[in-house]
Ligand binder design. Structure first.
Ligand SMILES: [Fe+2]
Length: 302
């Protein structure tokens, strides 16, 4: 089980539950939508750690910035979906430039390295889909972003995710540690709790009726320091060391989080039709709107 240090000044929203317990209660959509962090108890991916350890972590030899970005937040199926390569003049040529860059750079042009990583990532992909179905049997996704992070992450600042999309959507997220070492996170206040507690101090009423990402950017950037001033953030936090192969789920726009250390991870995201949620009123934009309404009603009554 993950090692968890719970901070007494942060609500304890961490739930540990086995896949059987989740299946027996008909999924965890309700808990997820309420902003719980759900850890899958008694479950570990039987992942081939060495498959990813053999990959090159450096993409600096690629001059195309867009291609480098695509390798950093890599879409897992590029490894195992698409036309097989053709051998031309003794070199393997892929039709897709991303698959070619994976092969040439990450796998250093070695077919065995490529095939072994592809097998490992196909397995974790299938498991993530199976876990999604058990956790969210009623969710209907309309977009799927299956990413893997294969480069080291250190000392992120505490933040809530901003997908730079103001659409009123719901997201489901599954995370897994794909490394043989722990993946270390801190998690702190949920966005709506933080906004309620600091509403007047930061005059958050000025964001009412606007894209919630504007308020999110202000708090994560100007208040907590963002990527520029990481030392500004002094929020209390729970510390979690996820074990190798451990799987967890959480709405990362609601739960503030900080990757403190991690090598390789699966980060899958589904955009979900709001009408298929356990409580459509718990979608992110609506929860933020409800905070504004609640705080403004309180101010009017005072
Ligand atoms: Fe994040």
């Amino acid at each position: 089980m993950a090692l968890i240090e719970r901070h007494p000044n942060v609500p304890d929203y961490i739930v540990e539950m086995s896949l059987k317990e989740i299946a027996d209660r008909g999924g965890i959509a309700d808990l997820f939508e309420e902003g719980h962090l759900i850890l899958i108890k008694d479950y570990r991916l039987k992942f081939d750690w060495k498959a990813l350890a053999a990959l090159s972590k450096s993409t600096e030899s690629i001059s195309d910035a867009e291609l480098r970005r695509k390798l950093k937040k890599l879409t897992a199926p590029y490894f195992f979906e698409g036309k097989p390569p053709e051998e031309i003049n003794g070199k393997l040529i892929f039709r897709d430039p991303i698959r070619q860059a994976i092969y040439d750079t990450l796998c250093r042009g070695d077919l065995e390295t490529f095939e072994r990583a592809a097998r490992a990532l196909r397995y974790s992909h299938d498991e993530a889909l199976r876990i999604f179905d058990i956790c969210f049997p009623h969710y209907e996704p309309f977009r799927f972003v299956p990413s893997v992070r294969l480069t080291r992450t250190l000392f992120e600042n505490l933040h809530w995710d901003n997908h730079s999309i103001d659409d009123d959507f719901h997201q489901a997220r599954v995370f897994a540690n794909l490394d043989s070492r722990p993946r270390i996170w801190s998690v702190s206040h949920r966005f709506t709790d933080w906004a309620r507690d600091h509403y007047h101090e930061h005059d958050l009423g000025r964001f009412a009726g606007k894209d919630p990402n504007l308020m999110l950017n202000y708090i994560a950037g100007s208040v907590l320091g963002g990527t520029a001033n990481t030392w500004m953030d002094s929020e209390p936090r729970h510390r979690v060391a996820f074990e190798p192969g451990e799987v967890w789920l959480g709405e990362s726009r609601l739960i503030s989080h900080q990757i403190y250390y991690g090598e390789a991870a699966l980060v899958y995201m589904w955009f979900v039709k709001v009408s298929t949620m356990a409580s459509p009123d718990r979608r992110f934009n609506r929860q933020v709107e409800a905070v504004h309404q609640e705080m403004q009603a309180k101010a009017a009554a005072a």
